[in-house]
Write a new protein. Structure first.
Length: 587
């Protein structure tokens, strides 16, 4: 059956020509056109993944990477030379690709970036020579080559840490055992490793600096930053250095008072709650407080339940970040900010306690949305169809004050068909209607995380979030053209887990569905009698004439770190298992 979508075609052409009205002619430019870029003279690094991304000299896109096949450049040139109407001509030019003219300044900067890359990788005497090679004397296309001579590498003779003497023996052992530069080696002296045979690589030094910062921030040293660590490189010979990493640790702190400040949109007066207080020997009394301004629906004990740290313990940046992520996962706080207030720190004996300020901002509790749809379809041989649909949803993001969510959605749609007929005995030209009503209500409860927190160590970190979801759906549809009315209902009880940043899983403990078709008089003549395939006939009988009850138990786990928009690197995987259809058998 052929369909002719007049409306869709009109909208498409209208958008294209409307956009063409704003196209501007490209400035006139001449010169050599870059046909290809090559990197020669080295085999140490992958040109495609490591070196060419550093090059900003452009080439025209090729079809499937086939040399000299550049259809977008051809389209651009055809548009510039054609005598078509102005708007159509500008549209063709815009859909093509400009010639990739050679820019000598950009090429020299590319060579500088390649030299810097090799220098950072330990090849400090690397020579990068850009060359331009003409492919054909009669052609304007050229190839750009970067001839690289890496030279001899530079090695690290000794690597030494300075400024870590205040660490305990256990801390020193853990810090040095995970060193990126001395991994697998025994120190030849206090905080000193023999780096013989290890190439000098600047990015690895940066990674080691980040590792030390993270380690010390989790051991009670929150003041350390990138500026607190300096790397001193001392030339010993032409091909070797001594590297020293000087660390300024700062003071060691314990967690002091925890002060939550919550700002909301409802305009209520400020309320202050003391969530807990801790009093132990050799430490002052410490408090966890929450001040809510413009937020009357939030239960402050939710904040205390999500805390991954305790006042009085050593400062730990990772626990603060885990708490921040748990708060954001509730969906209540679009803005969270943790920061220690060193000016308010206090000393008790030989211990220093720093208060932790937590700023939170909540969003509106209720959300209301509405949507509509319009369908118009023309069939040149059989029928015309027009449809209209509308729906509305109401969401409560904090039902009982601890992040419980509820969402109610109602929708309705209908279509009017003229001339649609399945049976030759049916008179064409009549109108028939199809209607559908849909209602759905769902709840989400965040209490599950505390009950399954013992599973967190299996994945290396506590659960970021774990919630229970209950979903109830009901649908009623009626199609006059085949004399059929059908009701469907489903109930879902699901557990949602986020184990860490990359792994999520769902467990459907109960997925129940019920279908109740009600064929009217004439259904068999209008629909079933036209099916000649016995397999399709039996399937249609089961779907449209028999009540059905079904259920399923399923588990799915998903992992991935790929960007869904760029999709240039990373991975994505999913595994699932399902058992279903056993409830009708038991009944």
């Amino acid at each position: 059956m052929k369909h002719f979508y007049v409306t869709s075609a009109y909208v498409f052409l209208h958008v294209v020509f409307a956009g063409m009205g704003y196209a501007q002619s490209a400035p006139y430019q001449t010169g050599p056109i870059v046909a290809s870029i090559e990197i020669t003279g080295q085999s140490l690094f992958n040109p495609e993944s490591q070196l060419l991304p550093l090059v900003n000299t452009e080439v025209n896109r090729k079809l499937f990477g086939i040399p000299r096949i550049t259809p977008w450049l051809w389209i651009y040139r055809w548009g510039t030379k054609s005598r078509l109407p102005r708007r159509l001509k500008e549209g063709i030019i815009k859909s093509g690709e400009k010639p990739a003219y050679l820019d000598l300044v950009v090429m020299e900067k590319d060579a500088d970036r390649l030299r810097l890359f090799f220098r950072q990788q330990g090849y400090r005497a690397a020579v990068v020579t850009p060359r331009i090679q003409k492919n054909n004397p009669d052609s304007s296309q050229v190839s750009v080559q970067f001839a690289i001579t890496p030279g001899a590498p530079t090695f690290i003779r000794n690597f030494r840490y300075l400024g870590l003497e205040k660490l305990t023996s256990d801390q020193q052992s853990r810090l040095l055992s995970e060193s990126l530069l001395g991994v697998g080696k025994m120190p030849i002296a206090a905080f000193t490793f023999d780096g013989a045979g290890q190439r000098y690589i600047e990015p690895k030094l940066y990674e080691e600096r980040r590792r030390i910062i993270t380690f010390l921030q989790d051991e009670g040293y929150p003041e350390i930053t990138r500026d607190s660590i300096r790397v001193i490189v001392t030339p010993i010979r032409a091909d070797s250095f001594d590297v020293s990493m000087l660390v300024g640790m700062g003071r060691r702190y314990r967690m002091g008072d925890i002060r939550f400040r919550v700002n909301g949109p409802d305009g209520s007066e400020a309320q202050r709650d003391t969530l807990q207080w801790i009093e132990r020997e050799e430490q002052p009394r410490l408090y966890v407080t929450a001040t809510r301004t413009g937020e009357s629906s939030l239960n402050p004990h939710l904040l205390n339940a999500l805390m991954q740290f305790t006042p009085g313990e050593w400062y730990n940046q990772s626990k603060l970040l885990q708490t921040k992520l748990l708060l954001e996962q509730t969906g209540l706080f679009p803005f969270t900010n943790f920061f220690p207030t060193y000016a308010a720190s206090k000393t008790h004996g030989d211990r220093t306690y720093v208060p932790i300020e937590v700023d939170l901002r909540t969003r509106s509790r209720f959300e209301v949305s509405w949507d509509g749809s319009l369908l118009q379809r023309f069939n040149t041989n059989t029928s015309d169809e027009i449809g209209l649909g509308t729906g509305a949803s109401v969401s409560d993001l904090n039902v009982w004050g601890q992040g419980e969510k509820m969402r109610l959605r109602l929708s309705a749609s209908g279509t009017l068909e003229r001339g649609f007929t399945l049976s030759p005995n049916t008179q064409s030209g009549n109108f028939s209607r199809s209607t559908q009503y849909d209602a759905a209500v769902g709840w989400s409860f965040p209490y599950l995380r505390r009950r399954v927190s013992w599973l967190g160590p299996l994945f290396g970190v506590p659960f970021y979030s774990a919630s229970t979801r209950v979903q109830l759906n009901f649908l009623h549809e009626k199609r006059e053209v085949i004399k059929l009315t059908r009701d469907r209902a489903s109930l879902l009880y699901q557990l949602d887990f986020r184990h860490n940043r990359a792994i999520t899983s769902t467990l459907n403990l109960f997925d129940f569905s019920f279908s109740d078709p009600k064929p009217a008089e004439g259904f068999e003549e209008l629909f079933l009698s036209l099916i000649t395939d016995p397999v399709q006939y039996q399937r249609a009988v089961e779907d449209y004439t028999v009540r059905k009850v079904n259920n399923a138990f399923r588990y799915a786990i998903r992992g991935g770190n790929a960007d869904p928009l760029r999709r240039d690197k990373g991975y994505s995987s999913e595994f699932g298992a399902e058992i279903g259809g056993n409830l009708p058998f038991l009944l």
